[in-house]
Design a protein around this ligand. Sequence first.
Ligand code: ADP
Ligand code: MG
Ligand code: MG
Length: 252
Amino acid sequence: MLKIKNLHASVEGKEILKGINLEINAGEVHAIMGPNGSGKSTLASVIAGKEEYEQTEGEIILENEEISELEADERAHKGLFLSFQYPVEIPGVSVTNFMKTAINETRKAQGLEDMPAKDMLKKIREKSELLEIDRKFLSRSLNEGFSGGEKKRNEIFQMAMLEPKLSILDETDSGLDIDALRIVSNGVNKLKTKDNAVIVITHYQRLLDYIIPDYVHVLLNGKIVKSGGKELAHKLEEHGYDWIKEEVKVES
Ligand code: ADP
Ligand code: MG
Ligand code: MG
């Protein structure tokens, strides 16, 4: 589904990603872990095509198509979803109406007509029931006064509605109280199929008690220095990152 080859990227002229190789197949959940500042969010942003990040080398191949030259919205239309892609508050636009627009824009980009209102309502009902999202929430103004948990609920709802091929969830800093943790992990587990894939980025092992990854990768100073199964996350929880830093030093 996704193949990343020798990816280098810079922000404001400073090289942050220094040769990332990563391969993700349909049906897989990959966790990317690493200490603060190692480049996790940069990797997510570069894959998603955010403008501030300059890809200087390498390839990003989504389903056999090199997407490095595509704009962020074009990548989204091809089935790439990045959490916090729409973090803006939009007073007066409800969660539902925003979603309808996003879906129809995606369809338009794919050469399809607007989704008939009846189908849209049905889909909203199905997805909100699956994720146990109540009606009141759906009529709230987008992100206005949302708690951390509500922001997560909105993101997961967007993911459910858009049905991306590949979702990248960058679980940064604060947002992850126990409520948010449950919303994200339940959502991911319910939305996972054999046809889609998820990258979960976190430096908390705790999230991975709820979302069981197939593979764990450790990002250190802009490089993936170690990959393994879910046991690697447990080892990191127990021993931190220092032992990996030592290993890397010895090898280099
Ligand atoms: P992580 O998500 O692993 O904590 P980041 O990708 O956020 O790491 O950051 C990696 C490095 O890139 C840090 O040194 C950070 O200061 C820098 N960086 C990331 N984004 C920007 C940006 N928009 N402007 C300037 N520097 C940035
Ligand atoms: Mg950071
Ligand atoms: Mg980050």
